[in-house]
Design a protein around this ligand. Structure first.
Ligand SMILES: [Zn+2]
Length: 228
Protein backbone atom coordinates (compact mmCIF):
# COMPACT_ATOMS: atom_id res chain seq x y z
CA UNK A 1 0.00 0.00 0.00
CA UNK A 2 1.24 3.47 -0.84
CA UNK A 3 1.48 5.41 2.42
CA UNK A 4 1.72 9.14 3.05
CA UNK A 5 5.31 10.33 3.23
CA UNK A 6 5.78 12.44 6.35
CA UNK A 7 7.12 15.93 5.89
CA UNK A 8 9.98 17.71 7.60
CA UNK A 9 8.52 19.14 10.80
CA UNK A 10 6.39 16.10 11.69
CA UNK A 11 7.49 14.63 15.04
CA UNK A 12 7.98 11.05 13.87
CA UNK A 13 10.90 12.09 11.66
CA UNK A 14 12.85 13.17 14.75
CA UNK A 15 12.19 9.98 16.70
CA UNK A 16 14.76 7.26 17.19
CA UNK A 17 13.21 4.16 15.65
CA UNK A 18 13.03 0.96 17.69
CA UNK A 19 14.70 -2.32 16.72
CA UNK A 20 12.51 -4.97 15.13
CA UNK A 21 12.17 -7.94 17.48
CA UNK A 22 11.04 -10.53 14.97
CA UNK A 23 10.49 -10.45 11.23
CA UNK A 24 6.84 -11.38 11.10
CA UNK A 25 4.01 -10.68 8.68
CA UNK A 26 3.64 -7.09 9.92
CA UNK A 27 7.30 -6.33 9.20
CA UNK A 28 7.06 -7.90 5.75
CA UNK A 29 3.98 -5.78 5.11
CA UNK A 30 5.90 -2.71 6.26
CA UNK A 31 8.68 -3.56 3.78
CA UNK A 32 6.10 -3.98 0.99
CA UNK A 33 4.58 -0.59 1.85
CA UNK A 34 8.02 1.04 1.85
CA UNK A 35 8.84 -0.39 -1.57
CA UNK A 36 5.47 0.62 -3.04
CA UNK A 37 5.61 4.10 -1.56
CA UNK A 38 9.20 4.64 -2.70
CA UNK A 39 8.42 3.49 -6.23
CA UNK A 40 5.31 5.65 -6.36
CA UNK A 41 7.38 8.68 -5.32
CA UNK A 42 10.28 7.69 -7.59
CA UNK A 43 12.74 7.81 -4.71
CA UNK A 44 16.04 6.07 -4.18
CA UNK A 45 15.35 4.97 -0.65
CA UNK A 46 12.75 5.23 2.10
CA UNK A 47 12.88 4.71 5.85
CA UNK A 48 9.99 3.43 8.00
CA UNK A 49 9.84 6.66 10.01
CA UNK A 50 9.06 8.47 6.73
CA UNK A 51 5.78 6.58 6.50
CA UNK A 52 5.00 7.02 10.18
CA UNK A 53 6.41 3.79 11.63
CA UNK A 54 9.18 4.09 14.25
CA UNK A 55 10.89 0.79 13.43
CA UNK A 56 14.45 0.25 12.27
CA UNK A 57 13.67 -0.67 8.66
CA UNK A 58 14.54 0.99 5.38
CA UNK A 59 14.59 0.11 1.70
CA UNK A 60 17.06 1.36 -0.89
CA UNK A 61 17.78 0.91 -4.55
CA UNK A 62 21.00 -0.74 -5.61
CA UNK A 63 21.02 -0.53 -9.37
CA UNK A 64 17.99 -2.47 -10.62
CA UNK A 65 17.16 -4.15 -7.35
CA UNK A 66 15.56 -2.86 -4.19
CA UNK A 67 17.05 -4.09 -0.94
CA UNK A 68 15.38 -4.14 2.47
CA UNK A 69 17.43 -3.50 5.61
CA UNK A 70 16.07 -4.46 9.03
CA UNK A 71 17.98 -3.42 12.18
CA UNK A 72 20.88 -2.12 10.08
CA UNK A 73 24.31 -1.17 11.42
CA UNK A 74 26.96 0.64 9.46
CA UNK A 75 30.04 -1.37 10.45
CA UNK A 76 32.67 0.46 8.35
CA UNK A 77 33.02 3.88 6.72
CA UNK A 78 35.85 5.00 4.45
CA UNK A 79 36.70 8.25 2.72
CA UNK A 80 34.59 11.35 2.40
CA UNK A 81 32.87 13.11 -0.45
CA UNK A 82 30.38 15.91 -0.81
CA UNK A 83 27.42 15.22 -3.08
CA UNK A 84 23.87 16.27 -3.92
CA UNK A 85 21.06 14.90 -1.83
CA UNK A 86 17.32 15.24 -1.71
CA UNK A 87 14.69 13.72 0.54
CA UNK A 88 11.10 12.66 -0.12
CA UNK A 89 10.23 14.28 3.23
CA UNK A 90 11.58 17.60 1.93
CA UNK A 91 10.14 17.80 -1.58
CA UNK A 92 11.55 20.53 -3.78
CA UNK A 93 14.76 20.90 -1.77
CA UNK A 94 18.31 19.69 -2.28
CA UNK A 95 21.62 20.16 -0.56
CA UNK A 96 25.29 19.30 -0.79
CA UNK A 97 26.06 16.83 1.96
CA UNK A 98 29.36 15.29 3.09
CA UNK A 99 29.21 11.50 3.48
CA UNK A 100 31.58 8.55 3.70
CA UNK A 101 32.54 7.40 0.19
CA UNK A 102 32.29 3.73 1.02
CA UNK A 103 30.33 1.94 3.71
CA UNK A 104 29.72 -1.58 4.84
CA UNK A 105 26.28 -2.19 6.22
CA UNK A 106 25.01 -5.23 8.06
CA UNK A 107 21.33 -5.96 8.54
CA UNK A 108 18.62 -8.59 8.33
CA UNK A 109 16.76 -9.03 5.06
CA UNK A 110 13.02 -9.67 4.70
CA UNK A 111 13.56 -13.39 5.30
CA UNK A 112 15.47 -12.71 8.51
CA UNK A 113 18.86 -13.67 7.10
CA UNK A 114 21.93 -11.63 8.02
CA UNK A 115 23.19 -9.67 5.03
CA UNK A 116 26.31 -7.57 4.63
CA UNK A 117 26.89 -5.18 1.74
CA UNK A 118 29.68 -2.80 0.85
CA UNK A 119 28.49 0.17 -1.19
CA UNK A 120 30.19 3.09 -2.87
CA UNK A 121 28.82 6.13 -4.72
CA UNK A 122 25.10 6.81 -4.77
CA UNK A 123 24.10 3.58 -3.00
CA UNK A 124 26.52 4.36 -0.14
CA UNK A 125 25.11 7.89 0.12
CA UNK A 126 21.56 6.61 0.05
CA UNK A 127 22.16 4.04 2.82
CA UNK A 128 23.78 6.66 5.07
CA UNK A 129 20.84 8.99 4.44
CA UNK A 130 18.26 6.28 5.25
CA UNK A 131 20.22 5.04 8.25
CA UNK A 132 20.20 8.61 9.60
CA UNK A 133 16.38 8.66 9.32
CA UNK A 134 16.21 5.75 11.78
CA UNK A 135 18.04 7.94 14.31
CA UNK A 136 15.85 10.98 13.72
CA UNK A 137 18.58 12.71 11.71
CA UNK A 138 17.92 14.42 8.39
CA UNK A 139 20.33 15.60 5.71
CA UNK A 140 19.61 19.25 6.41
CA UNK A 141 21.34 18.66 9.79
CA UNK A 142 24.63 18.01 7.98
CA UNK A 143 24.88 21.04 5.68
CA UNK A 144 24.08 24.70 5.22
CA UNK A 145 24.43 24.43 1.44
CA UNK A 146 20.70 24.09 0.76
CA UNK A 147 18.58 25.25 -2.16
CA UNK A 148 15.13 25.02 -3.68
CA UNK A 149 14.79 23.56 -7.13
CA UNK A 150 12.57 25.86 -9.11
CA UNK A 151 11.53 26.18 -12.69
CA UNK A 152 13.39 28.93 -14.48
CA UNK A 153 11.22 32.01 -15.03
CA UNK A 154 11.90 31.85 -18.72
CA UNK A 155 11.01 28.53 -20.20
CA UNK A 156 13.56 27.27 -22.63
CA UNK A 157 12.96 24.43 -24.97
CA UNK A 158 15.68 21.91 -24.40
CA UNK A 159 16.28 18.95 -26.65
CA UNK A 160 14.59 15.84 -25.24
CA UNK A 161 17.83 13.98 -24.85
CA UNK A 162 19.67 16.90 -23.29
CA UNK A 163 21.93 15.49 -20.60
CA UNK A 164 24.06 18.53 -20.02
CA UNK A 165 21.74 21.01 -18.37
CA UNK A 166 19.69 20.65 -15.21
CA UNK A 167 16.11 20.19 -16.22
CA UNK A 168 13.05 18.16 -15.70
CA UNK A 169 10.21 17.33 -18.04
CA UNK A 170 6.77 18.65 -17.18
CA UNK A 171 3.47 16.86 -17.70
CA UNK A 172 3.12 18.28 -21.18
CA UNK A 173 6.48 16.80 -22.13
CA UNK A 174 8.23 20.15 -22.16
CA UNK A 175 11.73 20.40 -20.74
CA UNK A 176 12.04 23.08 -18.12
CA UNK A 177 15.32 24.39 -16.90
CA UNK A 178 15.92 24.17 -13.16
CA UNK A 179 17.35 26.99 -11.16
CA UNK A 180 18.72 26.56 -7.67
CA UNK A 181 17.61 29.14 -5.16
CA UNK A 182 19.69 29.20 -1.95
CA UNK A 183 17.73 28.92 1.28
CA UNK A 184 18.26 28.34 4.99
CA UNK A 185 16.82 26.14 7.71
CA UNK A 186 14.43 28.81 8.98
CA UNK A 187 12.82 29.32 5.61
CA UNK A 188 12.70 25.55 5.10
CA UNK A 189 11.03 25.01 8.50
CA UNK A 190 8.39 27.64 7.77
CA UNK A 191 7.70 26.29 4.30
CA UNK A 192 6.99 22.71 5.40
CA UNK A 193 5.08 23.87 8.50
CA UNK A 194 2.64 25.54 6.12
CA UNK A 195 2.33 22.40 4.02
CA UNK A 196 1.70 20.32 7.16
CA UNK A 197 -0.93 22.78 8.40
CA UNK A 198 -2.83 22.30 5.13
CA UNK A 199 -2.89 18.50 5.31
CA UNK A 200 -6.21 16.77 5.68
CA UNK A 201 -5.46 13.55 7.56
CA UNK A 202 -7.28 10.61 9.08
CA UNK A 203 -6.51 9.15 12.53
CA UNK A 204 -3.69 7.00 11.13
CA UNK A 205 -2.01 10.04 9.63
CA UNK A 206 -2.92 9.13 6.06
CA UNK A 207 -4.49 11.49 3.57
CA UNK A 208 -8.25 11.79 3.65
CA UNK A 209 -8.88 11.01 0.04
CA UNK A 210 -11.47 12.38 -2.29
CA UNK A 211 -13.99 9.62 -2.83
CA UNK A 212 -13.68 9.42 -6.56
CA UNK A 213 -10.00 9.26 -7.37
CA UNK A 214 -8.23 7.20 -4.72
CA UNK A 215 -4.94 8.97 -5.15
CA UNK A 216 -3.05 11.31 -2.88
CA UNK A 217 -3.40 15.01 -3.66
CA UNK A 218 -1.05 16.02 -6.41
CA UNK A 219 1.93 18.15 -5.49
CA UNK A 220 3.78 20.41 -7.83
CA UNK A 221 7.06 19.95 -6.04
CA UNK A 222 9.97 18.55 -7.90
CA UNK A 223 11.50 15.34 -6.73
CA UNK A 224 14.50 14.15 -8.60
CA UNK A 225 15.90 10.69 -8.51
CA UNK A 226 18.36 11.48 -5.75
CA UNK A 227 15.64 11.66 -3.15
CA UNK A 228 15.39 9.36 -0.20
ZN1 LIG B 1 15.20 11.21 3.39
Amino acid sequence: MVRRIRLFGEDILRQRAKPVKAIDASVRRLIDDLVETMEDAEGLGLAATQIGVAKRVFVARDGDQILAFVNPTIVARHGREVGLEGCLSLPGLQGNVPRAKEITIRALDRAGRTISHTFTGLAARCCQHEYDHLNGVMYVDHTKDLFWLEAAAERVDLPEDDETSDHWVDEGGQSIQIVRVPTDIREITDYYAELIADLDLDAAGEHLLAEDDGTAPATDEVTEDISG
